[in-house]
Design a protein around this ligand. Structure first.
Ligand SMILES: [Mn+2]
Length: 361
């Protein structure tokens, strides 16, 4: 991994050596990559005898809770704002993962801005806010923050298979997690983040991604158990919602764009939980004529917007121009605010259609 320069690794080692209290942070609505990279780094730091707290803007979705470790202290700003704030205020080193700008941490942003801690960024999104960090590991030429972190930790620490924090088995039975320690290991957490960000090796895959996966599996990470957790542990509600949205919700424009609007009414009807519409936005791209897919998901006062595109069409530019967002060239996110961008929730469809037609014109 050529982006991991030796002088940066020296700086990384020395900043960690000098720190005593650390906070590890990631983006709002943490996905598998955010949780995998935060958990892995927290376990790695704890293994070095460091006091570390993982501070996240929101409580992770139920289906991703298996990525959490009983050996890591997690704080969630949505349910425990004052403790989350204190952990950032008291930290002398902050590491931000899978997130290119403080603003992507939403509620944590003012505390990160006010923090006098030294700061490290490890991320793979476009346009990182380099000025806010003393040390930056950032490249879009990598599958995930988890993969980039893998190469950083490997360079900082030698080989994973021989380190005391070598990957351990992950049992499928979460009911025994209270008794069993290390249900998730550093290696398992990193392979999880890489797997979710690539949709199980479907996109953003580089030669280094296969190398990482190969090394982790050789070191003993149980990929089969991981795939069971990620892809074969859904509730029936999710499958029925996905079918409903594809049958009735999917709209296709002749310009080669598709969109779906997941309203609160639909989410209530299917008793949908956070995280259960994951992957839905990718489905329209399986249609040969569709090059751009947008999913709007209704939230409090706004819609959360996901954008995916095929090569040659920029999801990032659409998200930046029309939805206050960005991310990756072919996978981006943003927001549509009710009250400013659109007057009412039911004006969302007209806005999206207009945005897509304008963008593709
Ligand atoms: Mn990511």
């Amino acid at each position: 991994m050529e982006q991991v320069h030796q002088e940066n690794i020296q700086a990384f080692r020395s900043m960690i050596r000098q720190a005593s209290r650390m906070a590890v942070v990631a983006h709002t609505h943490p996905d598998g990559d955010a949780l995998g990279s935060c958990t892995a780094l927290s376990l790695w730091l704890a293994g070095k005898g460091k006091k570390v707290t993982c501070v996240l803007p929101d409580t992770p979705a139920d289906n991703l809770q298996f990525i959490l470790s009983p050996d890591v202290r997690y704080l969630y700003f949505d349910t425990d704002a004052s403790a989350a704030e204190a952990a950032i205020r008291e930290a002398d080193l902050v590491v931000q993962l899978d997130c290119n700008h403080f603003s992507r941490t939403e509620g944590l942003e003012p505390f990160l801005k006010a923090s006098t801690a030294r700061k490290i960024l490890i991320d793979h999104h476009l346009n990182p806010d380099r000025e806010s960090f003393e040390l930056v590991f950032s490249t879009p030429e990598v599958s995930s923050a988890s993969e980039l972190l893998y190469w950083v930790l490997k360079a900082a620490d030698g080989d994973f298979s021989t380190s005391p924090s070598a990957p351990l088995e992950m049992t499928e039975d979460l009911s025994c997690r209270a008794q069993s320690r290390h249900l998730i290991s550093i290696g398992t957490a990193l392979l999880t983040g890489m797997t979710t960000d690539t949709n199980n090796f479907a996109n953003s895959v580089f030669p280094s991604t296969f190398r990482m996966a190969s090394e982790l599996i050789a070191a003993g990470v149980n990929r089969d158990a991981l795939l069971e957790q990620l892809y074969n542990s859904c509730r029936e509600n999710r499958v029925r919602l996905m079918g409903f949205m594809q049958y009735e919700g999917l709209k296709i424009l002749p310009e080669g764009a598709a969109y779906m609007i997941l309203t609160k009414d639909i989410m209530t009807r299917f008793n949908l939980r956070e995280g259960e519409s994951e992957g839905l936005v990718n489905v329209p791209l399986t249609i040969g004529t569709v090059k751009l897919s947008v999913l709007l998901k209704e939230d409090e006062g706004h819609f959360r917007v996901s954008v995916r595109s095929k090569k040659g069409t920029s999801a990032q530019q659409l998200a930046a121009r029309f939805f206050h967002g960005g991310g990756h060239e072919n996978a981006s996110g943003g927001k549509l605010h009710i009250g400013t961008d659109i007057s009412r929730a039911d004006a969302a469809e007209a806005y999206v259609v207009d945005a897509l037609k304008t963008f593709l014109a």
